[in-house]
Write a protein that binds this ligand. Structure first.
Ligand code: CMC
Length: 431
């Protein structure tokens, strides 16, 4: 953050207030309003944070106009094609790409933490079998603070580091266990000879009764999905993690809060909602009906997997995933899958429709991820848990950055109060 010595003037009730302007390394300038209330006695109003920077950060940059996503400066398409998830985790956590020795050390540290406390197996058994895996995930990740006491002290940098590694290592195990529990199959222990993505597929799809071979092309596609969801600067769930953490809550509680936020259909829950929508549409001839519904102000229906708060041109993650979807479906011999036909036709129809053009609504990451995950054999209920395990590194990197920041203070927004002013209590007989 550079103090440019530039200021903006605000005129209010005959007074002029100078607002300092900060310049980022890239992106729009930021007005510093921190002293505004103290000096002018007014708040600013910005529900949904459409114009408000809630923090400074060096992790991820998005240019919504250009459709650009950078992690520590590196474009997402380069990371998706040349890197792999654990290397991206290192980059997000520590700021630089690792050397070969650093990567080996990091991978060893992560793989040594992939198992969960055995008592956690019993904890899982308290859930109903038909629980949504996201419900299980919120509960189990929150409960990690009850199992890993030695990494909950946020003032100890070593404990913060251990918590970060534990979360990145154990989220795939916990997500796979939530899945296995929901289908009544035994939990599968992690295998540390497999890479991060292959191990996740192994824990989800292998059974003790027979050998399971992880297809390297599917493992690569899985890994790419992890990379593409790894971080996305101050989105709703990341901001939730930061806000929860601003009170000093332990990392497992904060990540559980992020998972809860991610679950909603406007955020990570959109991948499940999108696939369910494609199934509901069912055939290409019904597409016009759903496009009309999406445009109807009186109908709450929205095209799931379309639109984004920041991207107004293209979602670069969707571009990579679209290509990946073609590869995976061809490999699995399902390229003529009717769902994919509906998805492709829906995309074309929407992209040529005046409403979607005018409002700058494009397919987002959730539009294609569901198609790939379904083809791989995941039920729709597992789509958002997979998003959650991928985003864990982003949440934890932002959490670590925030705690190390000397300016860190409790998040406490103000409000525009429109309720009653003070009035006297009325006894129940008199109401
Ligand atoms: N279908 C139809 N109309 C839409 C859609 C859509 N998917 N998205 C936005 N609009 C319309 C909206 O009705 C509004 O119209 P008007 O200006 O006439 O009131 C206009 O476009 C702007 O929408 P908004 O809701 O004010 O925009 P936002 O930035 O608050 O919301 C969004 C962004 C992603 C929540 C929204 O586009 C949406 O609900 N999309 C569907 C859900 C989805 O795919 N979410 C995943 C987002 S990407 C991954 C992630 O973040 O987890």
């Amino acid at each position: 953050m550079t103090d440019t010595k530039k200021t903006a003037q605000l005129s209010l009730n005959g007074e002029t207030y100078e607002l300092p302007i900060f310049s980022p390394t890239t992106g729009p300038d930021v007005l510093d309003i921190r002293k505004l209330y103290g000096q002018a006695g007014v708040f600013t109003y910005d529900p949904g944070f459409t114009s408000t920077a809630s923090c400074d950060s060096t992790i991820t940059y998005i240019d919504g106009g250009k459709g650009e996503l950078l992690h520590r400066g590196y474009p997402i398409d380069q990371l998706a094609s040349k890197s792999h998830h654990l290397e991206v985790c290192y980059l997000l956590l520590y700021g630089e790409l690792p050397t070969a020795a650093q990567l080996e050390d990091f991978e060893t540290r992560v793989t040594r933490h992939t198992m969960v406390h055995e008592q956690m197996h019993n904890f899982f058994r308290g859930f109903r079998r038909d629980a949504h895996p996201m419900a299980t995930l919120v509960g189990v990740v929150g409960a990690m603070s009850a199992f890993y006491h030695d990494s909950t002290d946020i003032n100890d940098p070593w404990q913060r580091e251990v918590a970060a590694i534990r979360l990145i290592a154990k989220l795939p195990t916990i997500a796979a266990m939530a899945y296995k529990y929901s289908i009544g199959q035994p939990f599968v222990y992690p295998r540390n000879d497999l890479d991060y993505a292959a191990n996740f597929l192994h824990m989800c799809f292998s059974v003790p009764a027979e050998e399971y071979h992880v297809d390297p092309i599917l493992a690569r596609a899985m890994d790419r999905i992890f990379i593409l969801h790894a971080d996305h600067e101050q989105n709703a769930s990341t901001s939730t993690v930061r806000l929860a953490s601003s009170s000093g809550a332990n990392p497992f509680a904060c990540i559980a809060a992020g998972i809860a936020c991610l679950w909603g259909p406007a955020h990570g829950g959109a991948n499940q909602a999108c696939l369910e929508m494609l199934k509901e549409i069912g055939s290409v001839d019904r597409i016009p009906e759903f496009i009309e519904r999406a445009k109807d102000k009186n109908d709450p229906f929205r095209l799931m997997g379309f639109g984004h708060r920041v991207y107004k041109n293209t979602d670069p993650r969707a571009t990579v995933l679209k290509q990946s979807a073609d590869e995976v479906l061809e490999l699995l011999g399902v390229e003529n899958n009717p769902l994919l036909q509906v998805a492709k036709e829906l995309e074309q129809t929407a992209l040529n429709d005046e409403y979607f053009i005018e409002k700058k609504l494009f397919p987002n990451v959730d539009f294609y991820s569901g198609i790939i995950l379904e083809a791989m054999g995941f039920p729709t209920s597992m789509f958002t848990p997979i998003f959650a395990l991928s985003r864990t590194v982003g949440w934890i990197s932002q959490w670590k950055e925030m705690i190390a920041d000397p300016q860190n203070k409790i998040g406490r927004p103000r409000q525009l109060y429109l309720g009653e002013t003070a009035r006297d209590y009325i006894d129940i007989e008199s109401r």
